[in-house]
Design a protein. Structure first.
Length: 635
């Protein structure tokens, strides 16, 4: 032992060992006891040098790992100077601490030694642990963030991906394992709806690696991401790039519904201004109407008191505005008794339908003068108590109507008298009373006679129309024998039918048919229906006439086998001057007034009129009359 100490005890070596910045221990390889220790080693282990020298190495390190380490070192000749290990040493106070030991072997004078350079790595360990902790903390913060993070180094290796990134992009394990930038971007491209923007940014980054980018990404599955990328620096040195991706789908959806809501609001506001405009237009129209000098306008309540009236109405009624404002005006007081009923009817109609059909009544001016007026009433919007109405002065119209009707009746009467004598004279000539006529003259006389008859029918029709229109037509409704009147009518029109080679046949009727009506007008009704049936029948045809009793109503039918009435003309048949555009009508003549007059007569007698027709096969014109109560002597 003293010999070994002597070997080592060279001044220079001693100096180096003592002043080394590491703890140095020299171990006798054979006995594994300490043969030297420098000051730092003594300090580290809290022993004096004398206490250490001669003590076994196992006093300061005792783990199994250490035993294996020395065994292996001893066995491996190549390990010279290269064996490095971490170990746990125990100081004098029994406190252990980590060391890094670097061991080399040394031989001198047949003795072998291990020289241990040791460093207390407690601090280093703390640093490393701190670092590991920091990294773990960073990783969990990264994983906890709402953004997906991908960082790539300068060589294109993926150095970090947080969990959010892989779940956002549904990255498979193989892809995660590959850690390859190219594969990663190929995967992103596949998931994107429009990858152009993002890949254009990647191209730009190639030219300018310090660039920061921001791209909106639309995914095929409908999600929206926003991707921001920035270069990553370590102590001013660029080490890679970080991509951080945020899912903004919900934000985008909210934005979309916000935009939709804004659009709807805009539309609603446009609609509102359109309605406002329409309202303004209709208001100005209404104002023009109210202020027009033609129509009287009023507003009244259920008792007939007027609450509003325009100037025209006040002028019509001969009432001053001041008077109207002070004492108001009663619509019923200003109208005739007959008009009251019409007004009440209109009010009843208003209650049912909100408005009433216009009626013609009479207004009594303040000075007592009566003015014919047309009155239209409607319920005031939003009120059950009030109504609005217009009043049109018909004085001028009535005057014109009277002049027209007088003119027509004068002309017709003036025509009728000479026509009758011409027709009589022609009839006489035709019957040969004035002597034998040449065939040619006879022909001319016949034409003149026929046209004279037609003219007579026209004049009579016009006179009837006029009488009906002016209310001068008198209809006396009384009990009469419908069967007898029908026979009479058939007889009276037989001549006309004969001339057209048509026959009337009274094919069926009840034994008695006492009906209510005016037999003169019923004769006129028959004259029209029978002459039409003959007129529109083919040569040699038969026209059937029937009466049926339908529980208190008699139905008279006139059936012909002519051309029927074309579909397009059917709703016109009873209108004034209506004639189907058929050659027959032209050939047979007619005014187109007959059926209109007939309908009015039938309706005035309380009956109905109508027709059934089969084009090409014929028509049945029918009318009804009320049956009268039976009397004992009726037969
Ligand atoms: P008109 O004097 O022309 O006969 P009407 O009012 O009696 O006038 O008839 C109106 C039109 O109705 C006729 O012109 C004809 O076109 C059609 N019409 C009336 N009766 C018949 C019928 N029995 N068959 C076919 N058409 C008819």
């Amino acid at each position: 032992m003293s010999q070994s100490v002597a070997v080592l005890n060279h001044g220079l070596l001693r100096h180096i060992i003592n002043h080394s910045r590491e703890a140095i221990l020299v171990v006798d390889m054979q006995h594994m006891v300490l043969v030297d220790a420098n000051q730092l080693a003594c300090l580290m282990l809290a022993y004096t040098r004398d206490e250490l020298l001669g003590s076994p190495l196992a006093n300061i390190e005792c783990s199994l790992q250490d035993v294996f380490f020395w065994e292996a070192l001893r066995a491996d000749a190549q390990a010279e100077g290269r064996a490095v290990a971490e170990s746990e040493w125990i100081n004098r106070h029994g406190v252990s601490f980590p060391v890094e030991k670097r061991v080399s072997t040394f031989a001198d004078s047949g003795k072998e030694f291990f020289i241990i350079h040791a460093e207390d790595i407690t601090h280093r360990r703390e640093l490393v642990d701190g670092h590991v902790h920091l990294v773990a903390q960073l990783q969990s913060s990264l994983d906890a963030t709402a953004e997906g993070i991908l960082s790539i180094d300068l060589n294109g290796n993926v150095v970090n991906i947080n969990q959010r990134f892989s779940s956002m992009w549904q990255l498979r394990d193989e892809l995660l394992a590959s850690r390859d930038e190219v594969q990663m971007f190929a995967h992103l491209k596949h998931a994107l709806q429009d990858a152009d923007g993002f890949f254009a940014s990647l191209e730009k980054i190639k030219d300018d690696p310090n660039l920061e980018t921001e791209d909106l990404m639309t995914l095929k599955d409908g999600r929206y991401f926003i991707c921001v990328s920035k270069p990553e620096f370590m102590r001013d040195r660029r080490v890679g790039r970080v991509f951080s991706v945020r899912d903004i789908t919900q934000m985008k959806e909210a934005e979309c519904s916000l935009v939709a809501a804004r659009d709807a609001a805009e539309r609603a506001s446009k609609e509102k201004s359109r309605m406002l405009e329409a309202l303004l237009i209709s208001e100005s129209r209404l104002r023009r109407l109210v202020n027009s000098s033609l129509i009287g306008i009023m507003q009244g309540n259920l008792s007939g008191r007027l609450t509003e009236a325009n100037d025209v109405l006040l002028q019509l009624a001969g009432v001053q505005r001041r008077e109207f404002v002070e004492s108001g005006m009663s619509w019923l007081e200003r109208t005739t008794e007959e008009s009251h009923t019409l007004h009440q009817n209109a009010m009843a109609e208003i209650r049912q339908h909100g408005q009433a059909r216009p009626y013609e009544g009479e207004l009594i001016r303040k000075d007592g003068q009566r003015i014919p007026v047309m009155v239209g009433l409607a319920q005031l919007e939003g009120s059950l108590e009030e109504w609005v109405g217009f009043v049109l002065d018909l004085t001028e119209q009535r005057k014109a109507d009277r002049i027209k009707s007088e003119f027509i009746s004068v002309v017709s009467h003036e025509l009728r008298t000479p026509l009758t004598s011409i027709r009589g004279a022609l009839g006489l000539l035709e019957s040969g009373v004035a002597g034998e006529l040449t065939a040619k003259t006879m022909q001319l006389i016949k034409v003149a006679h026929r046209n004279c008859q037609r003219l007579g029918v026209l004049v009579n029709d016009i006179l009837d129309m006029e009488k009906l229109a002016s209310g001068k037509m008198v209809i006396n409704i009384e009990r009469f024998d419908l069967v007898a009147v029908t026979r009479q009518a058939i007889e009276a029109n037989a001549g006309y039918a004969q001339a057209l080679n048509v026959r009337y046949c009274f094919t069926g009727h009840p034994e008695n048919a006492w009906a209510m009506g005016d037999n003169v007008r019923v004769m006129q009704v028959f004259a029209n229906l029978l002459s039409n049936a003959a007129k529109f029948s083919p040569n040699g045809a038969e026209v059937q006439i029937r009466i049926t009793d339908n529980a208190g109503i008699y139905k008279v039918e006139v059936e012909d086998h002519g051309q029927g009435i074309p579909e397009t003309f059917r709703d016109q048949v009873f209108k004034k001057f209506a004639q189907a555009d058929g050659t027959n009508t032209r050939q047979q003549g007619g005014t187109g007034l007959g059926l209109n007059i007939t309908k009015t007569f039938v309706e005035k007698m309380g009956g109905e009129i109508g027709f059934e027709t089969d084009e090409g096969k014929g028509s049945i014109f029918w009318f009804t009359l009320l049956a009268s109560a039976h009397r004992r002597h009726d037969r």
